[in-house]
Ligand binder design. Structure first.
Ligand code: FUC
Length: 780
């Protein structure tokens, strides 16, 4: 299996180099970034940087994935369990004011807020005022290198920046066309909590997060320790330490190696004084030794391209690569069609996921991936689990980057511990759960306010684990990692469910994130309810995944049977008689915001698998739900728009899916192609990328569906290396809106069934073999 994967990777790599010209995979600009949203991201899964490309004082803003303020706190409200039954009783009796009053006192976390993921600081390269011309700044996704070139006083200057996973550092490489023309000062700074010393050819920045006490966020104190180290290697001229900076004179070439670490210990979900960030940085730099930049670059390219080049995408359209990316985006905003920019956006999403969620990183991509300029970021750049963290992983499998799920699965494994305390202390259940957000310290209680009382955050977070198995067929992963977490989550649900007046199994308290409904009897507005449709859909998905997984592993028959029984007793997902859409709550309430950004009751359509053409009534109702949301102003945040793309893809509606891809570019995309919630929030990038893949290939209904939502504007194209469930890799070519050929490679030897516009073909393929079909699905 491993050999086949390597073989295919090599083949793909060769074809990728041929077909994806560097220019079509470049974000490029004619001017330096004036602000952070114009700077270009690089990342190796653990370290990230935003490169501004300025010529007077270059700014490279730095991040290390674990640098957080705060500390672990058991903030499960000690009053919760005592009052749970009463709260549930009030809810089932529609006594919502009473239920909320009691829940506000007894269920909200103590304290109710997390702190923030933080910037590591900034690297400044001060060149002094200079004239410049021939300026170009680019991020080449084919190489993962950010490159800045310009001419000043007749000398050509080049700057390359890359984040290397194999060397575990960020490397900056400066050259000048004239010998000895590099004169600059190097600073490493942080707005707070850090001091930098210069020593020989190194800058050493040591820090510790100092939190002040805050009743909403918990105790103050000297919290996480961190370190950043920079080593300068010059050719010609000199590098000298001067107080807290390095002075470079008359160099012809300069390499800066930058690494960083904290004393965060993932096993403990805490900082840990036995972890020494200084030593970690020293070891990383020692291991790199005196490798030249070209050696570091070579190792980076080998590692990076092995992942990135697995997928290529050509959506046809005019070649606008000679126009800078920000100007192309403006043209799209003016109504120009640019399928090639969409293909670039798609690949950029893959690039961002690789950059923020893979080894040497150990933490999942947060609300900003790992790119964050702030000490206090919007929403703390935390892990929101009522759509956002889930969405981050939607492209992982279909876009052939399954290793990006590893940090998420490791984090969830550790969250089981605090999550089981929450399950036990708040709800008196087995298993584990978390609510609508968490942080690196593993907070799993109810955060923010009453809308945070969403105990289904944990069960929903198990989806990417099962998907990882479904796509890769990795049984050891299923057995050792995914299934125990899924089972613990299902145990929580089993114990949490209660019977309503009709004898149905229901969740309570519950909400439909973050929408409110109007209770008909009083006209009042509430979040809190029981058995919101999303809860039912989450439970159906989780339980079915558990049953399938237990079947594959040949274990837990009795447990599976108990899940099946409960599945039969859940309230059905209903069509609203009033709107004809999917009913969002257990009763057909009116919503307070019909255009709400969350479309939680469509979880069964995407990412879930319950609403398909095989359920025609729900399938039609789902269409009405989306159009109603949109009529009332829905889709106004980046991630909300991205979700809509996925919905339309699942509905087989290519024109609407494309309209919303363009809306995502027009309304929710920043000049550097980061998603704009607003402000920057990365989930829209990931959801958008997944949506584009979903328009071309789907495999959730037991067959591989080719080009399920191909819009007219993409009538000629080619996609290589997308993945389907049950271990397949697909290459497709289409022209004039029709499939021309499809190659299917089997990674696991499962039987294959493909479907294209009503035609079906089946084949038996051994692992490692590939077969090809023409547009009529005749095997070649
Ligand atoms: C959810 C969303 C918001 C935002 C926040 C981080 O609560 O409703 O729009 O994305 O997460």
């Amino acid at each position: 299996m491993k050999q086949f994967t390597i073989f295919f990777a090599v083949i793909l790599f060769i074809s990728c180099r041929k077909e994806q010209s560097s220019s079509s995979l470049c974000l490029w600009y004619k001017q330096p970034a004036k602000e952070w949203n114009e700077a270009l991201p690089i990342g190796n899964g653990r370290l990230g940087a935003m490169v501004f490309g300025q010529t007077t004082s270059e700014r490279i803003q730095l991040n290390e994935e674990s640098l957080w303020s705060g500390s672990p706190i058991n903030d499960n409200n000690p009053e919760a369990l005592k009052n749970l039954k009463q709260i549930q009783k009030f809810i089932l009796e529609d006594k919502l004011p009473e239920a909320i009053e009691l829940a506000e006192k007894s269920m909200i976390g103590t304290p109710p807020r997390v702190r923030s993921y933080q910037t590591l600081g900034d690297l400044f390269l001060d060149f002094g005022e200079r004239e410049f011309s021939n300026y170009k700044r680019e991020l080449d996704l084919l190489t993962g290198i950010c490159r800045v070139t310009y001419t000043s006083q007749g000398v050509d200057f080049t700057q390359e920046v890359l984040a290397s996973a194999p060397d575990n550092l960020i490397a900056v490489h400066l050259t000048s066309s004239k010998k000895g023309a590099l004169d600059l000062k190097i600073r490493l700074e942080r707005e707070k909590d850090a001091l930098t010393r210069a020593y020989g050819d190194m800058l050493l920045m040591s820090g510790q997060v100092m939190d002040s006490a805050d009743t909403l966020r918990g105790p103050g104190g000297a919290h996480m320790k961190f370190e950043a180290q920079l080593k300068a290697i010059n050719k010609d001229g000199s590098v000298k330490a001067d107080k807290n900076l390095l002075v470079v004179k008359d160099a012809s070439e300069l390499t800066l190696l930058i690494t960083a670490a904290t004393d965060y210990n993932p096993e403990k979900l805490n900082f840990d004084r036995s972890v020494n960030p200084v030593e970690i940085c020293e070891n990383i730099l020692k291991n790199t030794g005196d490798k030249t930049f070209s050696k570091i670059k070579k190792a980076h390219l080998k590692d990076y391209q092995a992942l990135f080049c697995r997928v290529s995408l050509d959506l046809g359209g005019t070649d606008f690569t000679s126009i800078p990316t920000d100007e192309r985006l403006l043209k799209v905003k003016e109504g120009v069609d640019d399928p090639q920019l969409i293909a670039l956006y798609f690949q950029f999403g893959r690039y961002l996921l690789m950059g923020s969620s893979r080894s040497p990183g150990i933490l999942p991509a947060n609300l900003q991936g790992l790119w964050c300029k702030d000490i206090t970021a919007p929403w703390g750049a935390d892990y929101h689990t009522n759509i956002n963290l889930q969405m981050n992983y939607w492209p992982a499998e279909v876009c052939n980057l399954n290793e990006t799920v590893v940090p998420l699965s490791g984090f969830l494994k550790k969250l089981q511990k605090p999550g089981s305390v929450t399950a036990r202390e708040m709800y008196g259940t087995r298993g584990w759960t978390l609510h609508h957000l968490t942080d690196v310290f593993g907070r799993t209680a109810v955060m923010d306010g009453i809308w945070g009382l969403f105990p289904m955050g944990g069960p929903w977070m198990t989806f990417p684990l099962y998907e990882h198995y479904a796509f890769t067929g990795d049984v050891p992963f299923l057995k050792e990692r995914a299934y125990p977490i899924m089972k613990g989550s299902a145990e929580f649900v089993l114990d949490f469910l209660i019977k309503d007046k009709k004898g149905q199994w229901v969740t309570a308290p519950s909400n439909s994130p973050e929408n409110q409904y109007i209770l008909p009897s009083t006209g009042q507005k509430f979040d809190m309810t029981y058995a919101a449709t999303i809860d039912i859909q989450i439970i159906m998905e989780l339980f079915n995944n558990c049953i399938n997984a237990a079947g594959v592993l040949g274990i837990d028959q009795a447990f599976s049977d108990s899940l099946k029984t409960v599945l039969g007793g859940l309230p059905p997902v209903k069509v609203s008689p009033k709107t004809g859409g999917i009913q969002e709550w257990v009763e057909d309430y009116d919503e307070t915001e019909p255009g709400h950004r969350h479309m939680s009751h469509l979880l069964g359509l995407y990412p879930g698998t319950q609403i398909t053409p095989a359920t025609p009534e729900l399938f039609e109702a789902a269409k009405r739900t989306i159009s109603r949301r949109l009529e009332k102003g829905g889709g106004h945040t980046g991630w909300s728009r991205a979700w809509i793309i996925n919905f339309y893809a699942r509905l087989g509606d290519g024109e609407n899916a494309l309209f919303h891809v363009n809306e995502l570019l027009r309304k929710s995309t920043l000049p550097n192609l980061f998603d704009d919630h607003p402000p920057f929030q990365i989930d829209g990038n990931f959801g958008g990328t997944a949506g584009i893949a979903e328009m071309l290939l789907q495999s959730h209904g037991g067959e591989i569906v080719l080009l399920p939502a191909l819009p007219q504007a993409w009538s000629d194209g080619c996609a290589k290396g997308l993945r389907a469930r049950d271990g397949f890799e697909i290459d497709m070519k289409w022209g004039k809106g029709q499939l021309q050929t499809v190659k299917i490679r089997s990674l696991l030897g499962n039987p294959v069934k493909i479907s294209y516009r009503g035609k079906i073909a089946e084949s038996i393929l051994n692992a490692g073999k590939e077969t090809e079909f023409n547009g009529n699905l005749e095997e070649k």
